[in-house]
Design a protein around this ligand. Structure first.
Ligand code: ATP
Ligand code: MG
Length: 440
């Protein structure tokens, strides 16, 4: 049901290059006579006292009219009414501001996107948006360093009560675009909101329609939830809203309430932190996959995690990486942390390129164990010690008078074991010769 425009609120606007540029873009459009506001995520974030990621502008000007007003405009989706304005502030550094023409969506015949759009006014533009907290407008020029929120959808009251509510008739809105089914738990988890009962009921009823959403879009939403601030809450919501069962029937058959994954939610946050800090060496693209490994539990649960991997469209390499990480974590030989040299078994485990990931995963599962110390020890381990010189190779073994065969490999491995355990070059050669002599 539509609420009248009953609510307005003042909000503080932090002065940043992005907010200054977005306010300047509003000012110029207004001066040219076009009704213009900030809209969506930035208004919500300011009301919640958070720093907006970006500032989106919505305007009555058409893309052509916007393009005529600014020196630099990047055309990104003019048919949907969206362009990007490049605005240079006083320091000359350009900031891109997304400017979208107020629009109303035509019918959604495929459950994904509107067949057509038409340009309209501000009020209709907010009515096409997904949730009340995302349907707020803000006039950034209302006062010095503060803005005036304009609310046609009851978003202010919902934010006050910490409720996530679909704009309009929930079943119709989720029927238009099934991706909104996943956006709901993502926003609810991120901002600690309760999903309003009618909205939740519509999500449950329409959960099976998730199958029409492309795997790429599901992938992005699920990763955003797992790597977001509240992965455990996001997973609980997916279960509660019956979305988990629609996404991962095998996984939920094995663990209907995703108890194991939720119990490891802290671990998911840890993984997310390393993801953001780029702390894991050379494998950032695969870090989210560790979240998968953590979610899946262990190698025993692999069929479930495989299904999960497929549902979020894991590239094959990452799939192999997850297997490797799980296998390493499963067979981890590390005990009490101690400086190198280590036994050959420990050293070989530690020098695996995926060992650091396995340690992160173990740390996620067993927060009281000394896995961080092992990570530090590994990080300080010189490459030359991890892959020590032997002083000889296969050609030398032939020169010593032996014929190539399986014993060569064993001899080289035995020599390497000696070196890994801290032995010197003569001791390594002695170990190799002993094996060769035995097999001669
Ligand atoms: P975030 O901080 O995650 O980017 P956001 O609110 O900016 O949050 P976006 O996905 O960037 O989210 O979308 C911008 C705005 O566009 C939303 O606030 C919402 O008003 C609208 N919107 C985005 N996706 C949809 C959708 N699938 N259905 C309806 N409205 C949507
Ligand atoms: Mg956004």
């Amino acid at each position: 049901m539509l609420r009248p425009m009953h609510a307005t609120a003042q909000v503080q606007i932090p002065a940043t290059p992005a907010s200054d540029a977005a306010a300047a873009v509003v000012a110029r459009l207004r001066l040219a006579g076009y009704s213009t506001f900030w809209v969506g995520g930035c208004v919500r974030d300011l009301l919640l006292g958070r720093q907006p990621k970006d500032y989106d502008v919505a305007t009555a000007a058409t893309p052509k009219q916007v393009t005529a007003l600014f020196a630099q405009v990047v055309q990104v989706g003019a048919s949907f009414g969206v362009v990007r304005v490049r605005w240079s502030g006083p320091d000359g550094v350009p900031v891109e501001v997304e400017v979208a023409t107020f629009r109303a969506d035509g019918p959604y015949s495929d459950g994904r996107r509107p067949d057509s759009v038409r340009f309209t006014d501000a009020r209709e533009d907010v009515l096409r948006r997904d949730f009340t907290l995302n349907g707020l407008l803000l006039d950034p020029l209302a006062g010095p360093s503060c803005g005036q929120v304009v609310d046609w959808v009851g978003g202010l009251a919902d934010l006050d009560r910490r409720v996530l509510r679909a704009i309009g008739e929930p079943a119709q809105r989720f029927g238009e675009d099934a991706l909104r089914l996943l956006r709901a738990p993502r926003f609810a988890a991120r901002f600690g909101l309760n999903v309003e009962p009618a909205t939740a009921a519509a999500i449950r009823a329409l959960a099976p329609t998730l199958r029409i959403v492309s795997v790429e879009r599901i992938h992005l939403e699920v990763l955003a939830m797992l790597l977001g601030p509240e992965p455990g809450r996001a997973l609980s919501l997916l279960v509660d809203l019956q979305l988990a069962a629609a996404l991962w029937p095998v996984l939920t058959a094995w663990d209907p309430a995703l108890c194991r994954a939720i119990a490891r939610a802290e671990g998911l946050s840890l993984l997310a932190e390393s993801h953001h800090a780029g702390a894991l060496p050379a494998c950032n693209a695969v870090d989210p996959m560790l979240a998968v490994a953590s979610l899946a539990g262990d190698a025993v649960a692999w069929p479930a995690s495989q299904e999960y991997a497929a549902s979020i469209c894991l590239p094959r390499l990452a799939d192999l990486a997850v297997r490797r990480v799980l296998t390493l974590a499963h067979g981890c030989p590390l005990r009490d942390p101690a400086p190198a040299p280590w036994s050959p078994v420990v050293a070989r485990w530690l020098r695996d390129p995926w060992a650091d990931h396995a340690l992160v995963l173990l740390a996620a599962r067993q927060p009281t164990q000394p896995w961080p110390q092992w990570r530090a020890l590994r990080a300080a381990w010189p490459l030359a010690a991890a892959f020590p010189a032997l002083g000889f190779d296969g050609d030398d073994l032939q020169r010593w008078g032996y014929r190539p065969g399986p014993a060569f490999k064993q001899a080289l491995a035995a020599a390497e074991d000696v070196r890994l355990a801290g032995g010197d070059l003569p001791a390594a050669e002695q170990a190799a010769r002993a094996i060769l002599a035995l097999n001669a």
